[in-house]
Design a binder for this molecule. Structure first.
Ligand code: C5P
Length: 234
């Protein structure tokens, strides 16, 4: 029997991006002449299977209305972001939970991962739609890990076998994720709450292009990745 679950994207965008410096939240910094988050939303809206794409802004956000946004009925905006990313996600989930079935899926995606490819989202939907738990895009760790001491010298080299870097989207059933975040609000990603609730999310291998824009120099890298995709292919 074909199930009729739906898929929804949730984009927490209520952060200030303090590591970027400057006054403008990083999701609004200019990337190829548009705000960072416009590229992120483009990628999600290019996935026809996503029934809605919900952006969670800070209640005090005065930037959003200064720009033009994709004319797509699936895009919606909530101004109820919280003090932490988990609180912003929980606010978005509360609204989605009232309109969907607990078994429907939500894909939580960082506003600042602007180089997500729609094909990656499609791949994720195919891989996880029958999964009992859900999972996340992630990348096997390539670098050797060092732990620093207080003087900034290497204290230890840590084994990297089996270690992955978590990315987003992180895709879970709406009901399961809402319960997990309610019980474990002090997490840094959605998978962390699901793990704390005793489940094992699946890792879906991704690449380095889906990185999170965090430092000023990241904008040039994101611009070159996005521009290379727009070049005509033979
Ligand atoms: O700061 P960081 O890059 O870890 O934020 C990840 C995502 O969470 C960003 O899209 C940011 O806007 C969002 N966020 C949020 N509410 C907060 C803090 C971060 O929606 N209070």
């Amino acid at each position: 029997m074909t199930d009729t679950v739906s898929f929804h994207a949730l984009v927490p965008a209520a952060g200030t991006g303090s590591r970027m410096g400057g006054d403008m939240p990083k999701q609004y910094l200019s990337l190829l002449g548009r705000p960072v988050i416009a590229h992120t939303l483009d990628a999600l809206l290019r996935v026809p299977r996503l029934a809605s794409v919900c952006v969670v802004l800070s209640p005090g956000d005065t930037w959003w209305e200064r720009y033009a946004w994709p004319d797509d009925r699936r895009l919606r905006v909530l101004r109820s972001g919280g003090a932490t990313r988990a609180a912003s996600v929980a606010q978005g989930l509360a609204v989605l939970a009232g309109e969907t079935s607990a078994k429907d899926w939500v894909l939580v995606h960082d506003a600042a991962r602007a180089c997500l490819a729609p094909e990656q989202v499609d791949h994720m939907l195919d891989e996880l739609r029958e999964d009992p738990i859900g999972g996340l895009l992630a990348m096997p760790l390539a670098d050797t890990l060092k732990r620093a001491d207080a003087a900034g010298r290497v204290d230890a080299t840590l084994p990297r076998a089996g270690l992955w870097q978590a990315q987003t989207p992180q895709m879970f059933r709406i009901g399961l994720l809402a319960d997990a975040l309610r019980a474990y609000p002090d997490v840094t990603d959605e998978a962390g709450a699901i793990e704390a609730a005793g489940h094992a999310p699946r890792l879906i291998e991704s690449g380095g292009a889906n990185f999170k824009i965090t430092y000023p120099q990241d904008l040039a890298l994101a611009a070159s990745i996005l521009a290379s995709r727009k070049e005509p292919r033979e």
